[in-house]
Ligand binder design. Structure first.
Ligand SMILES: N[C@@H](CC(=O)c1ccccc1NC=O)C(=O)O
Length: 275
């Protein structure tokens, strides 16, 4: 079953809505996909193919949208995108009973800018989830996070690609020119020292060496952060060591999402973490 354009924030704004692809209404597991497009482009309708593929494999998946930054530089700026997506997660967990019997487990997949969003939510629940009603319960429902062809440090992206107008423009449009905001919007730069007793969800980072838009330094640096978090807090018996796979995907930035290798990697990971 497929349901389109369900509002997640009690309004008529098409960008604050989601599509549900439901294989089994009583399955407590739900995948949520956050699309990329540099925070200023992309739409859930572009990823219908993904919804249908997971659906055919028997998974329930939500593909959502969030308000995009304006190319004229009028915002909305970070943290708008992440706040929208957090509200969507809240709706899915607590208000989706018309469509899903009981959503217990959330599995986030973020692509490109969407990997920044899913990373912000998973690593900074204090800001994005805890202020919402039953925010801790919502956070605990996140059972896995996958970042693919992701942006994890905006200042680093500015450093490596800032000489290219395309990158400079979308960074300014989504984060202004305030370096503090760029840092604040980077999952890689969240202060780890404050994360004592933080529960890191099982995490998988996928990246293709043939991504012509983002090279390996984003996922490699993020690897250091995730491993640091794991080392800081891990309870070997319970916690899942973050995984990094920079070999399986071979297509370019957007094309990876249509490759069988991507679906295999996601499904293997979900099986491993006992989806
Ligand atoms: N087509 C996009 C560009 C884009 O998505 C992008 C370009 C370079 C590096 C990362 C990108 N997307 C990340 O979400 C745009 O120009 O808005």
């Amino acid at each position: 079953m497929q349901f389109y354009n369900i509002p997640y924030n009690n309004n008529e704004n098409k960008k604050e809505s989601l599509d549900l692809y439901i294989a089994n209404k009583s399955d407590p597991n739900l995948i949520i996909f956050f699309h990329g497009g540099a925070w200023r482009s992309g739409d859930k309708s572009d990823f219908k193919f993904m919804g249908e593929i997971f659906l055919n494999f028997g998974y329930n998946i939500c593909i959502l949208t969030y308000n995009l930054s304006n190319k004229n530089g009028e915002g909305p700026y970070h943290p708008s995108h992440t706040l929208d997506c957090s509200k969507a997660l809240h709706w899915l967990k607590f208000n989706s009973s018309l469509y899903l019997d009981n959503v217990e487990n959330l599995y986030l997949i973020g692509h490109s800018a969407g990997a920044q969003i899913s990373g912000m939510i998973a690593l900074n629940p204090e800001t994005f989830l805890f202020p919402l009603d039953n925010g801790l319960e919502l956070f605990n429902a996140i059972k896995g996070v996958i970042g693919v062809e992701g942006i994890f440090s905006v200042p680093q992206l500015l450093k490596t690609h800032g000489h290219i107008p395309l990158y400079r423009d979308f960074i300014r449009q989504a984060f202004t020119e305030d370096m503090k905001l760029l840092e604040n919007g980077s999952p890689q730069l969240l202060p780890l020292s404050k994360k004592k007793n933080f529960k890191l969800a099982p995490y998988l980072i996928l990246h293709s060496k043939n991504d012509s838009l983002l090279n390996l330094d984003q996922p490699e640096a993020f690897m250091t952060t995730l491993n640091g978090l794991f080392d800081l807090n891990n309870d070997i018996k319970k916690d899942f060591k973050p995984e990094f796979d920079f070999d399986t995907l071979t297509e370019d930035h957007d094309e990876v999402l249509k490759s069988p290798q991507f679906f295999c990697a996601v499904i293997n990971f979900l099986k491993k973490i006992k989806y």
